[in-house]
Design a protein around this ligand. Structure first.
Ligand code: CP
Length: 315
C-alpha cells in the first residue's frame, strides 16, 4: 500500500478491519513501530474526529503527528500549474507540498470539493496536486469525492455489530440539510460497503442520484419506507445533488429518520459519520437511543487510522 485514498480490494479491506480490531484490544502494542517517524496532518477544512483520531492513532504507534491548519495558518495556495500569481494566492501547491514532503515521512490531507466545478471535483484536483508534488505516502482525511478513513471505521463498526449469520441489509438514506454538503461520505460508504460484499440499498429523493462510479451494484429506491423495511444497518447522510451539481433540491422534513420511519425495521442499527444536525437529519430519540452506533463509529476512527498508518509504515 503506497497511499490510502480509496477502497482497493476486499482482501485488503478485511486485513485493515482485522488489524484495527487487534489495535482496539491493545492500542499501544506497536508503540515502538513508528519511533523516529513523523506524520504531517494538513487540513484545508474544519474537523473534530478526523483531526484528533489521526493524532491519537499516530501516537499509539510512536509516530509524531504535527497538524497544520492550512486554511487558517498557511499561505493562500495556488493550485493551478502555470498560473501567473498576481492575484490573491501567495504560495504554489507544488512548492508547499514538496516542502511538507521533505519534512515528514507521510502526509495526511483533508481537501473538500468546491461543489461549483464538477469536473475538478470528480478528478479530486486539489488532493491530487498534494499527492503529485509531495513525493511521500499520502492518507486521505477526506477528499472532494471520498472519505476512506470514515468508511473503514464504518465497516469495522458493521463488522462488530452483525448479529445474524445471514448477510445484513445495509441502507444508505439521504437526509435533509440546510447546506450544500459534499458527496464524499456517501460515495465512500457505498464504495466500501459494496466492495466488502454487502448488499446495499440507497434511498433518496428524485434528483439526488450519486455518481454511478460509486453505486454500481446497489439497489436504488426513492421510496424511503420501502428501502428501510427489514434493514439491519441504516446509514444516514445528506448530500447535495450530483447531476444538478452542488444544488439543494429538497429539504423535505419527512426524510428525517425517526423511530416511526423504522417501524418496519425493528432490529436496525443507525449510523452517521458526525457531525450531525439533530432533529434535522436524525431525531434525538434515535441518536440517544439503543439503535445508535454513532459513538462506536467515532471511536473506531482511531483504530481505522492506526491500521492504515501501521500498514504504510510496513511498505
Ligand atoms: N466524520 C468526520 O470526518 O468528522 P470531522 O469532520 O469532525 O473530522
Amino acid at each position: 500500500m503506497n497511499h490510502f485514498t480509496k477502497f482497493d480490494n476486499k482482501e485488503l479491506g478485511q486485513t485493515l478491519i482485522d488489524l484495527a480490531l487487534d489495535y482496539k484490544k491493545d492500542p499501544r502494542k506497536d508503540q515502538q513501530k513508528g519511533q523516529g517517524k513523523r506524520i504531517g496532518c494538513v487540513f484545508l477544512n474544519p474537523s473534530l474526529r478526523t483531526r484528533v483520531s489521526t493524532q491519537l492513532a499516530a501516537s499509539n504507534l510512536g509516530v509524531e503527528p504535527i497538524v497544520l491548519n492550512m486554511d487558517k495558518e498557511g499561505w493562500a495556495l495556488e493550485m493551478r500549474d502555470g498560473e501567473i500569481m498576481n492575484k490573491g494566492t501567495v504560495e504554489h501547491i507544488k512548492d508547499a507540498a514538496a516542502v511538507l514532503g521533505s519534512y515528514f515521512d507521510m502526509l495526511a490531507i483533508r481537501a473538500f470539493p468546491s461543489l461549483t466545478n464538477r469536473e475538478e471535483d470528480i478528478n479530486d484536483f486539489i488532493f491530487s496536486q498534494f499527492v503529485k508534488y509531495s513525493g511521500k505516502p499520502v492518507i486521505s482525511l477526506e477528499s472532494a469525492i471520498r472519505h476512506p478513513l470514515q468508511s473503514l471505521a464504518d465497516q469495522i463498526t458493521i463488522h462488530e455489530n452483525i448479529k445474524e449469520k445471514r448477510q445484513p441489509k445495509v441502507v444508505l438514506t439521504w437526509a435533509p440539510h440546510i447546506k450544500a454538503i459534499p458527496h464524499a461520505v456517501a460515495n465512500s460508504f457505498a464504495e466500501w460497503t459494496l466492495g466488502m460484499g454487502h448488499s446495499l440499498t440507497i434511498t433518496h429523493p428524485e434528483g439526488y442520484e450519486l455518481d454511478v462510479r460509486f453505486t454500481k451494484g446497489a439497489t436504488i429506491e426513492t421510496d424511503q419506507n420501502k428501502a428501510l423495511e427489514d434493514a439491519d444497518f441504516v446509514y444516514v447522510k445528506n448530500w447535495s445533488s450530483f447531476n444538478d451539481y452542488g444544488k439543494i433540491l429538497s429539504t423535505d422534513p419527512s426524510w428525517m429518520l425517526t423511530e416511526k420511519s423504522l417501524s418496519k425495521a425493528p432490529n436496525a442499527n443507525v449510523m452517521h459519520c458526525l457531525p450531525v444536525r439533530r432533529n434535522l437529519e436524525l431525531s434525538d430519540e434515535i441518536l440517544d437511543g439503543n439503535r445508535s452506533l454513532i459513538q462506536k463509529q467515532a471511536e473506531n476512527r482511531i483504530y481505522a487510522a492506526q491500521s492504515v498508518i501501521s500498514m504504510l509504515l510496513d511498505s
